[in-house]
Design a protein around this ligand. Structure first.
Ligand code: FA5
Length: 345
């Protein structure tokens, strides 16, 4: 391999150039070729550069220039090979990892609100529109707020109609949301327009329309000069907004210890439009609410002046509204957590 003449050096340059060219034609890895031609100890071009010392001084600049040209050619060739190899590797990877973006994806199940929550929100929206605010109260309640302050003293027969879970002699699970009326009137001066949604408890056996734990919404308006007409108009507006404008509303005399006069509020059956069917037991009407004008005795408990003020109140079962709205024939479906049922809403 050693040479001392310029001609021999030229021959070697040409031979290495040809060899490099044929090497690059054959598929060899750029790293192997780098070692073969530019390796620090025995690369062919490196050895050639070392031989430069033995070239006569006059020829050195010229010889060095040509070896350098060869070196640059080899480096450029290797760069080209490397980028070709990288492009080829990328093409192979892209092919093996090809994704068909037109294939349908895996649909993730999305959660949503429970039907009772949907109904509660809708009722809250209707009353917010009429200027009512939402109030809250405790589920563990005293007998005073749940009964006495609502004009239901001990041994009053009205207590029997709401069979109660007692925690102690004076503490109980509230049987209705009406105690929140009292708590709110104690806190706020009139005028007052509130609704109070929440869970209530009664010792009722579970059946298609009863549950020992269920949800109510209480409503209360108090102001000077409120009349039975305001009471009727408000509930009619609410019931027509919730069900449909075609719904007819009827007020039947009833009894609640804390309202006078009291009423049960019915709507024309939304299934048969009042013609009579199984849901309305052929009567054409379905009972929806308990309600009435606030009894002056209740105002006295909270230090409101019954001579100046008038008010109306109402209470409804959220489950009952949900059953009618969504045609659900058994209240228990709302508590069974069966996704086949819940996914329909
Ligand atoms: C009351 O609870 C009164 N506090 C309502 C009221 C408020 C009247 C303000 C006047 C003024 P009642 O006991 O009727 O009323 O219950 C109201 C609603 O709760 C019923 O119409 C019914 O839809 C629902 N309800 C009663 N018991 C159950 C139960 N065990 N399971 C599911 N819903 C029930």
């Amino acid at each position: 391999m050693l040479c001392y003449g310029v001609e021999m050096l030229d021959e070697q340059i040409e031979r290495i150039r040809n060899e490099f060219e044929s090497d690059t034609q054959r598929a060899r890895s750029p790293q192997d070729l780098h070692n073969k031609y530019l390796g620090r100890k025995s690369g062919l071009v490196t050895l050639l550069l070392k031989q430069l010392q033995q070239v006569p001084a006059a020829e050195k600049p010229n010889a060095g220039k040509r070896i350098n040209e060869l070196k640059l050619e080899v480096e450029a060739g290797l760069d080209r090979l490397e980028s070709e190899a990288a492009a080829q590797a990328l093409a192979v990877r892209l092919e093996s990892e090809r994704v068909d973006v037109t294939l349908p994806g895996n649909r993730r199940p999305a959660g949503h609100a429970h039907p009772l929550t949907l109904v509660r929100s809708e009722i809250e929206e209707i009353f917010s529109f009429m200027g009512y605010s939402v109030e809250d109260g405790p589920e563990i309640e005293s007998a005073f707020y749940n009964f006495e302050a609502l004009n239901i003293p001990e041994h009053h027969p009205a207590r029997d109609s709401q069979d109660t879970f007692y925690i102690s002699d004076s503490l109980l699970l509230r049987t209705h949301t009406s105690p929140v009326q009292i708590r709110t009137m104690q806190k706020q001066r009139p005028p007052l327009r509130i609704i109070c949604p929440g869970k209530v408890y009664r010792r009722d056996n579970p059946d298609a329309t009863h549950s020992p734990a269920f949800q109510q919404i209480e409503g209360l308006a108090v102001d000077e000069g409120l009349t039975f007409r305001d009471f009727k108009g408000t509930l009619e507006f609410f019931l027509k907004s919730f069900f449909s404008q075609k719904t007819r509303v009827r007020f039947r005399p009833s009894y609640f210890a804390f309202t006078e006069p009291s009423a049960e509020v019915d709507i024309s059956c939304i299934f048969c439009s009042g013609a009579g069917c199984r849901v309305c037991k052929a009567s054409g009407w379905v009972e929806m609410l308990g309600a009435g004008m606030v009894d002056p005795a209740v105002f006295r408990y909270v230090d409101y002046d019954p001579e100046k003020l008038a008010g109306f109140a109402f209470g409804l079962g959220i489950e009952r509204f949900a059953m009618l709205k969504y045609s659900v024939n058994n209240i228990q479906h709302f508590y069974d957590s069966d996704l086949r049922f819940l996914e329909q809403f």
